[in-house]
Design a protein around this ligand. Structure first.
Ligand code: NAP
Length: 344
């Protein structure tokens, strides 16, 4: 075989192998997979002061445990004081002597109540004298048909998922500018990159976060303020039990049947989000298939993605989504991919 012909074949085989790996073997985007193997470990966060919002359950709770286990000092916030207190005790236990009671500050508050943010930020800075990283994680989910959804639902979602993180980040940016550096991590979602039927308000809030924090990244790039956005697909947590539907007083209260189809644990998602953060990656995707592939399609083949996925969202499947059910027929091939289910 002549050399150019050999090179051509080699490139095609390499591209094919890459796609097979991406489809079947990984649970995150390529840069994050490389960072997990060869980049900085999460233990580089030891001694840093890290604020985790939404730390009472799910991803925030899992991130708090992993951060505590490497000796990071923590500010834990959410609405439920009791749950946060339990998370604090477990963090001390898991830190194996690296953290004492004073190294974890619990600040219970509703993130949509913007008026109280300034006092909490001052409290936290007084306590630790500095804050190194803010992880914006708190959020609510929503399902319901667009025309049946009260505007109050849209406002609630935006207050919790968008204006809350935005206001807190602004206050901390002032501190980071004085300190000369800082890091903001934003947990968005696959719904911040693509439109998903049945959850338009949630999609709106998560897309808005991408726009705002992309601008913040560019504005304060030269001031040593780093922004990392993490887009998870679906992982197990209690978010679907607290999901708002078409009005704010109607909660889905459903143990979403995603888990058995898309069984990423919140611990695995937390680990990858922290790897992305410690390596200061710009944007990371954490998901199993088909979500990882959807993100790839939406990013690199936008119009083709819209045509193909728009075709797959039939009326029947969209009606299932309104009820908080997954179109299982789309996921029948999931068992093929079970080999790549990873734990931390
Ligand atoms: N689970 C998934 O499949 C999935 C997929 C993609 C993205 N995400 C994102 O991942 C992040 C974590 O979600 P999760 O699945 O871990 O959900 P979760 O278990 O419900 O955790 C959400 C956290 O946010 C807090 N929170 C909710 N409303 C709040 C408010 N008004 N003020 C302050 N804190 C509030 C909750 O605590 P309190 O109720 O005690 O306030 C809880 O600690 C979210 O940003 C979510 O959008 C999740």
């Amino acid at each position: 075989m002549a050399l150019p012909e050999f090179l051509f074949t080699f490139i095609w085989v390499a591209v094919l192998l890459y796609f097979l790996w991406y489809l079947f073997m990984t649970d995150c985007d390529t840069i994050l997979a490389i960072a997990e193997k060869f980049g900085k470990p999460v233990s580089d966060f030891a001694g840093k002061v890290i604020w985790v919002t939404g730390a009472s359950t799910g991803l925030g709770e899992a991130m708090a445990y992993e951060l505590a286990s490497v000796g990071a000092k923590l500010i834990l916030t959410a609405r439920s004081k009791d749950l946060l207190q339990k998370v604090k005790e477990e963090c001390i236990e898991r830190s194996n002597g690296k953290l004492s009671k004073e190294d974890i500050l619990v600040l219970p508050f509703d993130i949509s109540n913007l008026e109280c943010h300034k006092d909490h930020v001052e409290n936290a800075i007084n306590h630790f004298k500095k804050i190194d990283v803010l992880i914006n994680n708190a959020a609510r989910y929503q399902v319901g048909e667009i025309v049946k959804t009260d505007t109050e639902v849209d406002k609630t979602l935006f207050n919790v998922n968008y204006f809350g993180p935005l206001n807190l980040s602004k206050l901390l940016c002032k501190h980071f500018l004085q300190k000369g550096r800082g890091h903001i991590v934003v947990i968005t979602s696959i719904a911040g990159k693509v439109g998903i039927p049945s959850t338009a308000s949630y999609c709106g809030t998560k897309h808005a976060l991408h726009g705002y924090f992309e601008a913040l990244r560019m504005e304060y790039n030269r001031d040593n303020i780093t922004v990392t956005t993490v887009c998870p697909g679906i992982f197990s947590s209690s978010i679907f039990e607290k999901t708002i539907t078409t009005s704010t007083d109607k909660i889905l209260q459903k143990d979403y049947d995603h888990y058995e189809c898309v069984n990423m644990t919140s611990e695995r998602c937390a680990h990858l989000a922290l790897v992305a953060s410690v390596n200061k990656l710009y944007e990371s995707w954490v998901a199993y298939q088909p979500f990882l592939f959807m993100l790839w399609g939406a990013q690199y083949l936008s119009d083709v993605y819209k045509i193909v996925v728009g075709f797959l969202y039939s009326k029947k499947r969209i009606n299932q989504l309104y009820e908080g059910k997954w179109p299982r027929d789309l996921l029948v091939w999931r068992p093929l991919l079970q080999n790549k289910v990873k734990t931390v």
